[in-house]
Design a protein around this ligand. Structure first.
Ligand code: GLU
Length: 314
């Protein structure tokens, strides 16, 4: 079975939640800032929004969490809208094979990050989103864009998270300074990172996140709100980048196990796209050794096997 019409998706999400309940708390919660360290490690949420607009959810699917690097999908979409294919002069499209915040590769490659989803690449993308704006305006634009995608005016930034990110973001400052020294950032490092830390600090629920990603499952137009976001070609290409680069140095393993485009964040969330079928968001704060949600990845593996949705075949 591969369509959504033949599947009892509510039972599938409820079963996944039930099957994973004995394992809640596994993995290591990010503790580099206090706001993430104190998140309940037992939290678990899953939401599926079908391209037919139906919502299926289980667990803490309506509890907001810090989306962190999942925001990189949305700023990439925004930067492509503003600058088109010119963005590829600043950032590559290849998996990195290194940690999300690696600096070594950046030196070898003269300040051009491997892809838009590692930190250096996302910082370069945020620099492009900043063009012609103050950071305050750019942050406003990012929030408005995500509210438009999800068709939900309640989405907000957690300013305490943004402040903590800035206070501890030494490595991101190093990456940004490096790129600036190679002439690969147009704006001062403080302004770019001020914007970047706020995008990472967006707080969303699984349901909001799955709705925000729905355009990627539906050829670029959100079938719920009828908001046209990108062309089908661009949606396909963003999905390709999520599949190859969305899980840091665990992207190959995620493709092997789940077989769907996905983007994870250090807050324990994953946005996953089943093209033509549904957008899925999961949240479980315990991370695996690559910094991806341990049970979130497992939940998506179970979902892909129970639905036959892998892009590589049922
Ligand atoms: N704000 C985090 C950082 O830039 C995001 C990391 C992540 O979600 O992977 O370090």
């Amino acid at each position: 079975m591969s369509g959504i019409e033949n599947l009892d998706l509510q039972s599938i999400v409820a079963d996944i939640h039930r099957d994973l309940t004995p394992r809640l708390g596994e993995g290591k919660v990010a503790d580099y800032i206090p706001q993430l360290a104190r998140v309940d490690p037992q939290s678990f949420g899953i939401a599926i929004v079908g391209v037919d607009g139906q919502v299926y959810k289980a667990g803490d699917a309506e509890v907001p969490f810090s989306i962190q690097s999942i925001s990189k999908v949305f700023t990439l979409t925004l930067a492509l809208g503003k600058h088109g294919e010119n963005i590829w002069k600043r950032v590559g499209r290849e998996p990195s094979g290194s940690a999300f915040n690696s600096i070594v590769q950046l030196e070898h490659e003269h300040g051009v990050p491997r892809n838009p989803f590692i930190n250096a690449g996302a910082i370069a993308i945020t620099d492009l989103v900043l063009a012609g704006h103050t950071p305050r305006e750019a942050i406003g634009e990012i929030v408005r864009f995500i509210r438009y995608l999800a068709d939900d005016e309640d989405i907000v930034i957690d300013h305490e998270v943004a402040k903590s990110e800035a206070a501890t973001g030494y490595r991101n400052f190093a990456l940004a300074n490096f790129m600036r020294s190679f002439g690969k950032l147009d704006h001062p490092v403080e302004l770019v990172l001020g914007t970047y830390f706020h995008q990472c600090a967006l707080s969303m629920t699984c349901v909001q996140l799955a709705k925000a990603g729905l355009f990627l499952a539906a050829s670029g137009t959100n079938p719920l709100s009828h908001h046209s976001v990108v062309t089908s070609q661009r949606a396909r290409r963003i999905n390709a980048l999520m599949l190859t680069c969305g899980h840091y140095d665990g992207s190959g393993d995620f493709a092997y196990r789940v077989g769907l485009p996905g983007k994870s964040g250090v807050g324990g969330g994953i946005l996953c796209v089943a093209p033509g079928k549904a957008s899925v968001a999961v949240w479980s704060p315990g991370l695996n050794h690559n910094g991806n949600s341990l049970l979130g990845s497992r939940a998506l593996e179970m979902l892909a096997s129970r639905t036959g949705w892998s892009v590589f075949g049922a």
